[in-house]
Design a protein around this ligand. Structure first.
Ligand SMILES: [Zn+2]
Length: 340
């Protein structure tokens, strides 16, 4: 079973859903959306745990009953989760088909059964269409929970059949208090800034492994500019990384470098934590602002392509990114001429 956390900023939402379920007012299909790394899935797993508990107490599941034990073991007959299978880039139609029996039958143990799909934007087109049929004719007691960081990428026909509930970004103070349970105040601030205020993403980034990966990306950006690393090698290193971490790191690094160029170089608090970013900052000049903006746009485009259903060649996309990164520093290129 996936580990999930009881997060303070989720409690109102979880309780609201439970109240709806208790009085049989809960809808059958929901689309929960919001920024990545704020704990949407934790909230819904907490809801599920409490929904399936047969002797739920105030604010908690009991952890002892059959419902709790089966749910904790990942074998509750009324719960099913569709996620990416290992190495896959999309949620496939086979996964939806394998859920047909689950969807078509009434709950085995209680009043509800729950199919959770996360992240729903990765349903491929066939899977989405197969799901659509089920959304139209749900068996009694079936709940469909779709979770998405990018609800705009979902089929409009699916969106329109779901009630949409947005998870807002938690208050900064609440996020900092949460992070400071395991991080120093300074680390918590830096990590939260690197993740645009998403506390769980910040926690992941702030782990030793995450910090090393982030530093490695910064170092490869620096080595590329200094001509100490070639484009193919850098792209290969990036291929081996967690894709979200890579893209978020590149986006955030570019934002920080831009901010540094646009104001006082010493004013960025985060910069102090990242040695290679400091060195990069010292290599950049005001004339690079525009090419950094272009690079930022390239990053957004690359991210959109990698997350699209088109299944692009990732190594080539990453090589193209590296090329755009070094372009302003190499002579006689089109873009560089445009800026000069
Ligand atoms: Zn229980």
């Amino acid at each position: 079973m996936n580990k999930y956390r009881k997060l303070p900023w989720n409690q109102k939402k979880v309780q609201h859903l439970l109240d709806l379920a208790r009085v049989a007012k809960i809808g059958h299909a929901y689309l929960f959306h919001g920024q990545r790394g704020i704990g949407k899935l934790d909230a819904l797993m907490e809801f599920a745990g409490r929904l399936f508990c047969q002797q739920a107490q105030e604010g908690e599941s009991c952890g002892q009953c059959q419902g709790c034990r089966l749910f904790a073991a990942g074998s509750h007959p009324d719960f099913r989760m569709l996620r990416l299978e290992e190495e896959a880039r999309q949620i496939k139609i086979e996964q939806v088909r394998e859920s047909q029996f689950f969807i078509a039958n009434t709950p085995m143990m209680g009043r509800h059964k729950l199919l959770l799909i996360e992240p729903a934007e990765l349903l491929n087109i066939n899977a989405a269409n197969a799901l659509l049929k089920n959304l139209e004719e749900p068996a009694a007691g079936t709940l469909f929970f779709l979770v998405s960081h990018q609800p705009g990428s979902l089929l409009a026909t699916i969106r329109s059949r779901c009630q949409q509930i947005k998870f807002p970004r938690p208050e900064k103070q609440q996020s900092l208090e949460f992070l400071q349970q395991t991080l120093s105040a300074e680390q918590a601030e830096a990590a939260l800034e690197m993740t645009n205020g998403a506390p769980l993403a910040a926690l992941k980034f702030a782990s030793e492994e995450g910090m090393q990966e982030i530093s490695a990306v910064h170092e490869s950006l620096l080595s590329l500019l200094q001509g100490e690393m070639n484009i193919t090698d850098a792209a290969s290193d990036w291929m081996a990384m967690d894709e979200n971490l890579l893209l978020e790191t590149l986006l955030t690094a570019t934002e920080i470098l831009l901010k540094g160029l646009l104001r006082d170089k010493t004013s960025s608090a985060t910069n102090r934590h990242w040695q290679s970013l400091q060195e990069l900052q010292s290599l950049l000049e005001a004339k690079h602002v525009r090419s950094l903006h272009f690079f930022y746009q390239d990053l957004l485009n690359t991210r959109a392509m990698l997350r699209s259903r088109a299944n692009p060649n990732k190594q080539l996309l990453l090589e193209a990114l590296c090329l755009e990164w070094v372009r302003p520093f190499r002579d006689n290129t089109e873009r560089w001429k445009r800026i000069a």
